[in-house]
Ligand binder design. Structure first.
Ligand code: NAP
Length: 492
């Protein structure tokens, strides 16, 4: 295991074509430690011309990478996974300082990142097409081919993990990539690209451009030489990206937000449910797309569950990620402002704060784990993604009301049911409008399981083998076996 002693540089350039290069105008900005509010490093603000250089580097690297034998591609990608493991401590510390999360949660993210490279590496030489039985006069088969240049636009809540989630399958499928991490948390992507080069990824196959959504993200998603876009982030930015991609008919995979119901029935193990829900809303200070934001609880057990949730939440130890507390700060000043506004909105709409609700009187962007009761499903705190450690609890009278409330939301990322009744669990799994359903647990998705949203939560799937659908397009090849030069008509 590596020592976490790789120093953070004072200044970071862009990583294009295998080299560190400065931007066209040399503009830089600070990336800040959210636990101290102090700058960690200066990072380059890429402009449209820099994005163009990165896309051209990826384009130039594409034919060679595409034509590298699949087993060799797989070996290189597997080596990235090993290097990520070897540098786990260093990467986790870097992530914790840049993003704010407790060090043990950052370690888990890095383990997950290593697993993405390992998991997809093994698929490199198994991306097979099909043979189609069309009769004796024609041989017909499909091949799956990479798109070309894959743009990866990532958010600030799981920067290293999401770099791996997109880059690993994109590269394994034979694409080259341009990654734009969020402006708040660029450091782990800038380190990962170095490890990828050390593993043998050729120059230009992964490029990292740092900077802001406008202009860098916009230039990338509207670039005519980008062949496919994978975006993880908010619904509003996802909508903008679809519009930016439309002129070039660039396909998009969108992993967007969630406002996820956790439904608790009286026959559930309440202590276990409270444990799962607490982890599911306060991990990474609630900045998780699949957080359990909305508890729907049967009115018979409402008070008992709330008591347990409050006990858990109020015992949380909150502090700088480097001390490995239960919960770290929010990732940025902007996010702190957003979360405190929602807490204020909850108060004003007459919801009750059962615990928490305050910021900490210290440097850093800290807010207490917060539980709201007396919440109505039409309140904004019950409908909008707060993306902070704020749980809303809503009672229901019977199972049909539970299902109605669970689905009465624009989002559809994940949902969970806590019950000991197997048929009820399955009935809810069938009817919940969400891409992932957890029964008697939370965060049940792994690297191997497809993940993505129904409704406004997104388009397409990441993780698992389904992720390859975002990185491979199907070509059908028809070979005539007859001497016949005519006969077939379109649509026949
Ligand atoms: P965001 O504001 O939408 O930003 C995401 C990324 O898009 C950032 O890199 C951002 O750049 C970039 N961007 C902004 N405007 C752009 C534009 N016009 N064109 C192209 N790129 C642009 O999201 P966030 O606040 O970072 O992340 C939180 C959101 O991510 C939440 O809604 C959360 O639920 C969602 N999320 C979803 C999943 C999932 O798998 N479904 C996983 C994690 C997070 P800058 O930040 O540098 O400006």
């Amino acid at each position: 295991m590596s020592t976490p002693n790789q120093p953070i540089k004072d200044v970071y350039d862009l990583h294009i074509g295998g080299e560190w290069v400065s931007s066209t105008d040399n503009e830089r900005f600070d990336t800040v430690n959210p636990a101290t509010e102090k700058p960690l490093a200066k990072v380059t603000a890429a402009k449209a011309a820099d994005v163009d250089r990165a896309v051209q580097a990826a384009r130039a690297a594409f034919p060679t990478w595409r034509d590298t034998s699949p087993d060799e591609r797989g070996r290189i990608i597997y080596r990235i996974g090993q290097l990520v493991r070897e540098h786990r401590d260093e990467l986790a510390l870097l992530e914790s300082r840049d993003q704010g999360k407790p060090i043990s949660q950052a370690e888990s993210d890095i383990e997950g990142a290593a697993r993405y490279f390992e998991y997809y590496a093994g698929a490199a030489d198994k991306l097979e097409g099909t043979s189609v039985p069309v009769g004796p006069d024609q041989v017909d088969f499909t091949v799956r081919e990479p798109y070309g240049v894959s743009a990866q636009i990532t958010p600030w809540n799981f920067p290293a993990n999401l770099f791996a989630r997109g880059v690993a399958p994109a590269l394994v499928a034979g694409n080259t990539t341009v990654v734009k991490p969020a402006e708040q948390t660029p450091l782990s992507s800038l380190r990962l690209v170095e490890l990828c080069a050390e593993a043998g990824v050729p120059d230009g196959a992964i490029n990292v451009i740092t900077g802001f959504g406008d202009p860098a993200g916009e230039a990338l998603s509207s670039h005519p030489d980008v062949d496919t876009i994978t975006f993880t982030g908010s619904v509003t930015t996802g909508q903008t990206i679809m519009k930016q991609a439309a002129d070039n008919i660039t396909p998009v995979t969108l992993e967007l937000g969630g406002k996820n119901p956790a439904i608790v029935f009286p026959d559930a193990d309440l202590e276990q449910a409270a444990d799962w829900i607490t982890k599911a809303i306060f991990t990474n200070a609630g900045q998780v797309c699949s957080a359990a934001d909305r508890v729907l609880v049967h009115k018979e057990i409402h008070d008992e569950l709330v008591e347990r949730l409050v006990d858990h939440a109020s015992s949380y130890d909150v502090g700088p990620g480097s001390d490995d507390p239960d919960m770290g700060p929010l990732a940025s000043e902007e996010q702190l402002g957003k979360v405190t506004q929602y807490i204020e909105l909850g108060r004003k709409s007459n919801a009750t704060i059962a615990t928490g609700g305050n910021t900490l009187d210290r440097e850093g962007y800290f807010v207490e784990p917060t539980v709201f009761t007396d919440v109505e499903n039409n309140m904004r705190i019950a409908q909008e993604e707060i993306f902070g450690p704020v749980l809303t609890v809503i009672p229901f009278a019977d199972k049909s009301e539970a299902l109605e409330l669970a689905n009465d939301i624009d989002y559809g990322l994940v949902a969970g049911v806590f019950t000991s009744n197997v048929s009820r669990a399955h009935r809810f799994a069938q009817r919940l409008e969400a891409g992932n359903v957890y029964i008697n647990k939370w965060f049940g998705d792994t690297n191997q399981t497809p993940f993505g949203g129904y409704k406004a939560s997104g388009i397409g799937r990441e993780k698992g083998l389904e992720a390859f659908d975002s990185y491979l397009q199907t070509k059908n090849i028809a070979v005539n076996l007859t001497d016949d030069s005519g006969g077939d008509l379109p649509g026949a």
